[in-house]
Write a protein of this length. Structure first.
Length: 432
């Protein structure tokens, strides 16, 4: 039985891993060359602590305030595109307490399953991806931020996660080099992190060694439907002799094309409200100032991840844009937040060189997060095709949820009971 996976990001490759393990003949179709996608330059967090979906009370109000600032971490490009309006309306409707209450348990279950599977990869000796269990600290510098985070910490504990509240001096002692200027923080012990670029380099090699066919530079350009199923996937690949059209017959198709998924879903007759959410990161090689723990600067929505010999700083959410332009003011806003919260770290020579706009422009990476309309991923069968599994919309949690998603996708494909409940992630939950 042949499974075709569309998209070679972390979700598609994880699905390929578990499908192959389950005995499927797997072909991954990827329009790029598997050297860059949203799955590479991200922060590498595996965050059970991120159990509150993106669509939650207060997010819209905060977003509107941020729209007024050119260096804020949030931006929506004004547009009359129907898809953006429809997505926005659904997102606003989802920002309720009831939605959050319904979502946290299924999200935590999938996050924990995913962390367990990723840890299994890390300890199997198959990967060297700097998997580290050192938790993640959320630092706040306002009383509102503190109240919100303490409430989240209590909720985390009620869900069985471990959280420690740090007073200002305790936080400062945790990171002596960074000379923290914060009110306090919460350390979420269950979080882990890995170096996503290493995972994304090694996973394709492992898959190929196990017989998975990875077709690079092969873009899916159409889906052939017959009798309520996808009969074949049509592709165009760039060969040295010129473009070549191909057709892959499929018993099962997994749509994991990240922010590009809505177009492909349309070809299959499915409707997927999803927008790209562009984010930036900058990586500093061999920093001289040490940061021990991954951390998030709460009010600024900036994240930092330290690995053995590098440090990454990332943030921003530009909704609806796929224009490949680096908006420098926003990236400078990220560095300003580091200066405010972690003034000692900001003195690192590697960070200081980024004050030159040209250097910053060159060194900035960006990726498009696939944003669902309610902050929960789409995982499951669609409406119109009995052999199409959608696996996308993971927003800020693609790495955190990849291995768990891969595992449940394989279970669905093979008709097995799923390890964690998937009702909350049903792709059919939105109407046209
Ligand atoms: C700044 C930043 C920081 C982040 N930090 C974290 C973090 O710490 N932890 C976390 O869990 N998540 C994080 N994320 C989110 C995470 O990176 C994404 O959720 C994840 O990478 C999405 O993976 P994906 O496989 O769905 O999409 P992608 O990685 O975008 O992969 C989709 C693939 O599909 C391919 N494709 C598209 N259309 C076609 C087609 N027609 N034919 C063939 N191939 C096609 C694309 O080329 C692409 O390679 C972050 C994101 C950003 C931007």
């Amino acid at each position: 039985m042949r499974a075709i996976v569309i998209g070679g990001g972390v979700i598609g490759l994880s699905a390929a891993y578990f499908l192959q393990e389950d005995g499927w003949e797997v072909v991954v179709l990827e329009k790029g060359d598997l050297t860059n996608s949203c799955s590479f330059g991200n922060m590498g967090y595996l965050s059970p602590s991120h159990f509150i979906p993106l669509a939650s009370p207060g997010v819209v109000e905060q977003g509107l305030l941020w729209l007024l600032r050119a260096d804020s971490p949030f931006y929506v490009r004004p547009s009359l595109r129907w898809q953006l309006i429809d997505w926005g309306a659904k997102f606003v409707r989802a920002c309720t307490r009831t939605h959050v209450e319904r979502s946290v348990r299924p999200l935590v279950d999938l996050l924990l399953l995913s962390k367990e599977e990723t840890k299994r990869w890390a300890t199997s000796g198959l990967f060297d991806m700097e998997y580290t269990e050192r938790g993640c600290v959320i630092y706040y510098n306002t009383s509102k931020g503190e109240q919100e985070e303490l409430a989240t910490a209590r909720q985390a504990e009620a869900l069985g996660l471990q959280a420690t509240v740090l007073q200002r001096e305790q936080a400062r002692a945790l990171e002596p080099d960074a000379q923290l200027d914060v009110r306090g923080g919460v350390l979420y012990h269950d979080d882990a992190h890995l170096y996503p670029n290493a995972l994304m380099e090694q996973l394709p090699r492992l898959l190929e060694s196990r017989g998975v066919r990875l077709r690079r530079r092969t873009e899916v350009v159409g889906l052939e439907r017959r009798n309520g199923a996808i009969a074949a996937v049509r592709c165009r690949s760039d060969e040295t002799s010129g473009p070549v059209e191909e057709r892959f017959a499929a018993d099962m198709v997994v749509l994991a094309a990240g922010a590009w998924s809505p177009q492909l879903a349309r070809w299959s007759g499915e409707y997927l409200p999803l927008m790209p959410g562009k984010g930036y990161s900058v990586t500093i090689e061999r920093p001289q100032r040490v940061l021990h723990h991954p951390c998030i600067l709460k009010e600024a929505r900036v994240a930092l991840t330290p690995w053995k010999s590098r440090l990454r700083i990332g943030s921003t959410m530009e909704v609806g844009t796929m224009d490949d332009r680096v908006r420098l003011r926003r990236v400078q806003g990220i560095l300003k937040a580091v200066q405010q919260y972690l003034p000692g770290l900001a003195e690192d020579p590697g960070i200081r060189t980024l004050s030159d706009p040209e250097v910053l422009q060159q060194r900035t990476w960006f990726g498009y997060r696939p944003l669902s309309a309610d902050g929960l991923p789409y995982i499951g069968f669609g409406r119109k095709n009995r052999n199409l599994i959608l696996a996308t919309g993971h927003a800020m949690l693609g790495v955190s949820l990849a291995a768990g998603t891969g595992r449940v996708v394989a279970e669905l494909a093979s008709g097995k009971p799923v390890t964690v409940p998937l009702d909350a992630f049903d792709p059919k939950r939105f109407r046209y």
